[in-house]
Design a protein around this ligand. Structure first.
Ligand code: ATP
Length: 572
C-alpha cells in the first residue's frame, strides 16, 4: 500500500505544473484569437477540456491519497502497539521497576498514539518537494537566478525551525518523569479504582492542586519556548517573503517590457504563488516531521533494550520428575536501585514433594525468595540449583510451565469468569472441562453456579454487565489458576488472606490432597496455614533464621514460637 501511495503522490506532484502550463496555453490562445480576424476555437476548447480533466484527476488523486494515509496510519498504529507489547513481554521484571526504563516505555508508547500521522507527513513532505521541483523546473526555463534567490531566502527559516525542534525535544524529554506523574494524578483523580478512597479521604482538592502545580509548570516552560519560536519564525518568514516578492517584481518588470507573454506572466505568477504556499506548508510540516523523527529515536531505543534474564544457548528441559529438588546456595538478592539486600545467605533445599511454608514479618523477603525460585529475577550472588544444575541452564518457558505461582497481588482481569481461570494456562482457554475442574479444586465452582452467566459471566465493573466479586471470591478464582497447569512446584503467596476461616480450612485441606507428590511453597501470615507445612522457613531481614516443622520450631522457642504465641494470644 505504501508503494501505491508513493506512486499516487508522485502523480499528484506533477499536477500543479500541468494545470498552470495548460492555463498559460489557454491565456496565450485567448490573446491570440482576440487579435485574429478568423476565430478558430477548436484548440482552445480542447485545452479547456484538458484543464478540466486535470482538475478532476487532481481531486481524485488527493482523495485517494487521504484515504490511503488514514488506512496506513491505522495499520502503523496497530503494528507498533503489537510490537511494543511483544517486546515488553520479553523484558525482565526489574526493568519495569526501573524509572529510566519506564520513561522509555512511555515515550515509545506515545509514538503509537501521536506519531501515526508521521508517515503521511513525511510522504506529503516528499510530495511537496517534488511539486516544488516541477515548478522550479518551469521557472528555471525562464530565469534560473530567481530560483536561487528564493532558496537563499528560505534557508534561515529552515535552520531556525530545526534549532527550535531540538530545543522543544530536549524540553519534552526532560519533562518525561513529571509527565508520568501528571498521568498518574489524572488517573487518581478520575478512575473507577480510585473513586472510593478519593471520596472517603476527600482527596480531590489535594489531587487537583498537585495537578495544577505540575501542569502550570509545563505550561510556563512550553509557553516561553513557543513565544521565542513564534517571534523568530515570523522574522524568518519575512525574509522568505522578501525573496519571493523580489523575484515577483523581476517577472512583472519583464512582462511590462514585453519579454514575457501574458500567458507566461500568469504561469510565472501562479508558479510563484504556489511555490510560496508550498514553502509555507513544507516549513510548518518540517517542524512536525523532524519532531516526529527525533521522537522515533525513543521508539527505537526502547527496542534496543535487551532482557538480562536470558536462556542458555543449549537450554535443558525441565526434569520430567524432580529428583533432588531446588537447592539455594548462599543466595543473595538486591533489587535494582536498592542498596539493601532483600535476601541474603540463603542456604536450604526444597525437596521433591515437600510442602514448605515461609514465615516472617512484613518485608522479611518471602515474596522475593519465590520470585527468585520462579526466575522472575536472578540471584545477585550465590545460585539456585535444580537437581544439581543451575536454574539458569533450564529452558525458561519450560521452567515457567512447571512452576505455578499465584501472587498476593494477583490480577483481577476484567474478563469472563472462565477466562480469569484460564490465564493459569492460556493455551487451554477453550478447555472448559479443565477450567471447571480447576474451579472445583479452589472452591470457585460454587461461585460460578451463583453467577447469572455462570462460567461466561463477565467479571469486574469496567465493562457492561460485569459482576463485581468480593475480595475472597476473587481470591478463589485466582487460586483456580494454580490448578490449570500440571506444575511440579506450586507457589502460593498469601493465597487465602481474604478467605474466611472455613473457606481457608477447606482450601488447604484440598490443597494438601491435590498437591500430593508435588512440591509447594506457601507464604502466609496465618499460623493456622503455616503449621500445615512439612517444614517452615523463618525469614528475618532477608536471612533464614530458623527452619523446621511447626513442632520443632515451637519447641525451639525462637522467633517462630514468639510470633506464633503473639498471634495465638490475639485469639484468646
Ligand atoms: N520491586 C521492589 N523493588 C525494590 N525493593 C523491593 C521490591 N519489592 C520488595 N522490595 C523490598 O525488599 C524487601 C523484601 O520484600 P518482600 O516483598 O520479599 O517481603 P515479604 O516478606 O514478602 O513481605 P510481606 O509479608 O509484607 O509481603 C522489602 O524491604 C521491600 O521493601
Amino acid at each position: 500500500m505504501t508503494a501505491v501511495n508513493a506512486l499516487l503522490r508522485i502523480a499528484r506532484s506533477a499536477m500543479p505544473l500541468g494545470l498552470l502550463y495548460v492555463g498559460k496555453l489557454i491565456i496565450d490562445r485567448v490573446v491570440l484569437i482576440s487579435h485574429a480576424p478568423v476565430k478558430d476555437l477548436t484548440l482552445l476548447w480542447e485545452l479547456v477540456g484538458l484543464e478540466f480533466a486535470l482538475a478532476i484527476l487532481t481531486d481524485a488523486l488527493s482523495r485517494a491519497i487521504t484515504l490511503m494515509d488514514s488506512l496506513l496510519g491505522d495499520l502503523f498504529s496497530n503494528h507498533t502497539s503489537v510490537k511494543i507489547m511483544a517486546h515488553a513481554a520479553t523484558l525482565d521484571l526489574d526493568q519495569f521497576e526501573d524509572s529510566v526504563f519506564y520513561d522509555k516505555l512511555e515515550r515509545a508508547r506515545q509514538q503509537t498514539i501521536g506519531r501515526t500521522i508521521l508517515l503521511s507527513q513525511v510522504m506529503s513532505q516528499v510530495q511537496d518537494l517534488i511539486t516544488m521541483g516541477f515548478l522550479a523546473v518551469g521557472l528555471m526555463a525562464f530565469n534560473p537566478w530567481l530560483i536561487i534567490l528564493l532558496l537563499i531566502a528560505i534557508i534561515p527559516a529552515f535552520l531556525g525551525e530545526s534549532y527550535f525542534n531540538d530545543r522543544s525535544y530536549a524540553l519534552t524529554r526532560g519533562q518525561t518523569p513529571e509527565r508520568r506523574e501528571l498521568d498518574y494524578i489524572r488517573y487518581l483523580g478520575a478512575s473507577d479504582e480510585t473513586a472510593k478512597e478519593v471520596k472517603i479521604f476527600d482527596l480531590s482538592g489535594f489531587i487537583i492542586s498537585r495537578f495544577k502545580e505540575l501542569s502550570d509548570k509545563f505550561y510556563g516552560d512550553n509557553k516561553r519556548l513557543a513565544i521565542k519560536r513564534s517571534l523568530w519564525g515570523t522574522f524568518f518568514a519575512m525574509l522568505g517573503s522578501l525573496g519571493y516578492y523580489g523575484a515577483y517584481v523581476v517577472i512583472i518588470y519583464r512582462a511590462v517590457n514585453g519579454s514575457v507573454t501574458i500567458g507566461e506572466l500568469a504561469f510565472l505568477a501562479g508558479s510563484f504563488r504556489q511555490l510560496r504556499a508550498l514553502l509555507e506548508g513544507i516549513l510548518t510540516r518540517f517542524t512536525a516531521v523532524s519532531q516526529g523523527a527525533i521522537y522515533l529515536r525513543d521508539f527505537f531505543e526502547f527496542f534496543e533494550i535487551e532482557p538480562k534474564i536470558k536462556m542458555a544457548a543449549n537450554a535443558l528441559s525441565f526434569p520430567k520428575v524432580i529428583q533432588h529438588g531446588f537447592t539455594f546456595e548462599d543466595v543473595g538478592f538486591k533489587y535494582i536501585n536498592s542498596e539493601r539486600w532483600a535476601n541474603r545467605h540463603l542456604n536450604f533445599t526444597l525437596y521433591p514433594g515437600e510442602k514448605l511454608a515461609l514465615a516472617g514479618e512484613n518485608g522479611a523477603g518471602k515474596t522475593t525468595l519465590v520470585k527468585l525460585l520462579s526466575r522472575l529475577y536472578d540471584p545477585t550472588e550465590g545460585r539456585i540449583l535444580l537437581d544439581g544444575i543451575d536454574l539458569r541452564e533450564y529452558d525458561l518457558a519450560d521452567l515457567r510451565m512447571n512452576v505455578g505461582i499465584i501472587f498476593q497481588d494477583y490480577l483481577r482481569y476484567q474478563m469472563s469468569f472462565a477466562q480469569n481461570i484460564a490465564v493459569g494456562k492460556i493455551s487451554e482457554a477453550d478447555n472448559r472441562p479443565l477450567i471447571e475442574n480447576s474451579a472445583r479444586q479452589s472452591l470457585a465452582d460454587v461461585l460460578a453456579a451463583k453467577l447469572p452467566g455462570a462460567y461466561d459471566q463477565q467479571l469486574g465493573k469496567r465493562f457492561a454487565d460485569g459482576v463485581e466479586l468480593s475480595g475472597g471470591e476473587w481470591q478463589k478464582v485466582a487460586l483456580a489458576r494454580a490448578y490449570m497447569r500440571d506444575a511440579q512446584l506450586l507457589i502460593l503467596d498469601e493465597p487465602t488472606s481474604a478467605l474466611d476461616a472455613r473457606a481457608e480450612f477447606n482450601v488447604f485441606e484440598r490443597f494438601a490432597e491435590l498437591t500430593k507428590g508435588r512440591s509447594a511453597v506457601l507464604i502466609s501470615h496465618r499460623f493456622s496455614t503455616v503449621r500445615m507445612a512439612d517444614r517452615i522457613l523463618v525469614l528475618e531481614k532477608g536471612e533464614l533464621i530458623e527452619i523446621g516443622s511447626h513442632e520443632e520450631l515451637l519447641q525451639k522457642g525462637g522467633r517462630y514460637a514468639e510470633l506464633f504465641d503473639l498471634q495465638a494470644a490475639g485469639y484468646r
